[in-house]
Design a protein around this ligand. Structure first.
Ligand code: ZN
Length: 168
């Protein structure tokens, strides 16, 4: 059964309203929560303040990339339960929050967040850079300097250019 509608439909208490909302969003099409996502639903329902969960699921309701949209796509299996899938998700903030939750409840394996942010940056960076200018070498080692060195395309300097500038 899909539960839609008002924040506090009928006489439901907040936790029941959240349970209904989650059941609807995480439905895998069989009328039940996708089994892999049950720990996520449990964790959200166990929150001290279920109202914050409901609030999180309501702002920007239905828009692409909002929390409820991401949950719905997870429920239907449109988003794979892998870190690779989350690396490509937009908007980054909502996806990152959801990934934290999935790691916290054991649906996704815990990984280093900095590494994950770096991998995502690298994906986007390589896609952008190589659209403009194909990589000359077999492996893009020159991109592996780290996010801080090449955050803006206009600021990219390679080592030899810096060395030339430093030479009087
Ligand atoms: Zn209740």
């Amino acid at each position: 059964m899909r539960v839609r509608g008002k924040l506090h439909g009928g006489r439901l208490c907040t936790r029941c309203a959240l349970a209904g909302r989650l059941a609807g969003l995480l439905d895998d099409g069989t009328g039940a929560i996708r089994p892999e996502l049950a720990p996520l639903a449990d964790a959200l329902l166990a929150m001290d303040n279920p109202l914050s969960g409901l609030t999180w699921l309501y702002p920007r309701q239905g828009r692409s990339g909002s929390a409820d949209d991401l949950l719905r796509r997870l429920g239907r299996g449109e988003i794979q339960l892998t870190h690779e899938a989350f690396n490509g998700l937009q908007p980054w903030r909502a996806a990152s929050h959801l990934r934290d939750l999935l790691m916290a409840c054991g649906v996704l394996p815990a990984i280093d967040k900095q590494l994950c942010a770096f991998e995502r940056w690298l994906d986007i960076h390589l896609a952008t850079v190589h659209r403009q200018r194909p990589c000359p070498g077999p492996a893009p080692f020159h991109h592996l300097g780290g996010p801080a060195r090449a955050s803006a395309p206009g600021q990219r300097r390679n080592r030899s250019a810096l060395a030339r500038e430093a030479t009087p």
